[in-house]
Design a protein around this ligand. Structure first.
Ligand SMILES: C[S@@+](CC[C@H](N)C(=O)[O-])C[C@H]1O[C@@H](n2cnc3c(N)ncnc32)[C@H](O)[C@@H]1O
Length: 260
């Protein structure tokens, strides 16, 4: 992976951007998103495959491929949802332990069913991730996939850094704001259509249908891959690298470390 380029994100800009995201979306994060994740567990994976035109599985596979594991490792999957990441970590390294944290009981129930299906054990904690219920320096590896657009990063990232062991790795993957504005325009149009189509195909509830506009706006106000690298550095992570997917970083894979 190539080191990312420097951008103009300073601590002041990070603070302002987080305040703006909070002002725009906090009511959606608090009220609508929990309802959406009550509805989607049963069709979460096929829904993502439809919405991403089949690319979803490739994104998750590529993400887990970047993660280095050892038998003694203790891993935390933040916003673990259906345990897609945790299951793949244990398939890659069966002798490590994985804890999942997510505030959606319904997503984690589906995650536990899937873990049983694949004969792996994942501890589950149902809680909001803006405060992590773990001692400092607990985990060797922390993952966060497809959820940071719905979180206050100025609260969650310092918590992740706190519970990571010195030298431990934080792996992040999400749909990001493309650096190129033309790409962003097409991408957001596509996203709006694909979320609507998925809701139609899977007979989603009103809450999920209402989210189409939010999903588009959440990415517009989020970070480009380069900006997110800067954010991680500002919070205190070191050795930050980022691999961008096709189309100017629609999906970014970040790897960073807690300094020793
Ligand atoms: C798109 S899903 C991704 C899940 C997971 N990576 C997977 O593959 O199944 C986003 C998850 O983030 C969770 N989430 C969103 N905001 C949260 C919060 N504040 N605290 C805990 N979980 C949250 C949702 O409940 C949902 O399960």
């Amino acid at each position: 992976m190539e080191p990312t380029t420097l951008t103009s994100i300073t601590s002041g800009i990070f603070e302002q951007r987080e305040q703006k995201r909070h002002a725009l979306f906090s009511h959606i994060w608090k009220e609508l998103i929990p309802k959406v994740f009550e509805d989607v567990p049963q069709y979460y994976r096929p829904g993502n495959i439809v919405a991403s035109l089949g690319l979803w599985e490739l994104w998750v596979w590529q993400f887990v491929r970047t993660i280095e594991l050892r038998p003694s490792y203790r891993a935390l999957d933040v916003c673990a949802g259906t345990n897609d990441v945790g299951i793949r970590l244990l398939q890659k390294e069966p002798d490590m332990t994985v804890t999942a944290i997510d505030r959606s009981k319904e997503m984690q129930e589906e995650g536990q069913k899937r873990a049983a299906k694949y004969h792996v054990h994942i501890d589950s904690i149902i809680q909001d991730v803006h405060q992590l219920p773990f001692a400092d320096n607990t985990f060797d590896v922390i993952t966060l996939q497809a959820a940071s657009r719905h979180l206050q990063l100025d609260r969650v990232l310092p918590e992740i850094l706190r519970v990571l062991k010195p030298g431990g790795h934080f792996y992040h993957c999400d749909m990001l704001k493309p650096s190129n504005r033309i790409v962003e325009w097409f991408y957001l149009k596509f996203l709006r259509l694909s979320v609507g189509l998925t809701a139609l195909v899977f007979g989603s509830t009103d809450a999920s249908r209402e989210c189409g506009e939010y999903f588009k706006d959440a990415i517009h106000h989020f970070y480009t891959p380069e900006e997110l690298s800067e954010v991680f550095r500002l919070v205190g992570f070191s050795n930050v690298t980022c691999k961008k997917s096709i189309w100017g970083g629609m999906v970014g894979y970040h790897n960073s470390q807690k300094p020793l």
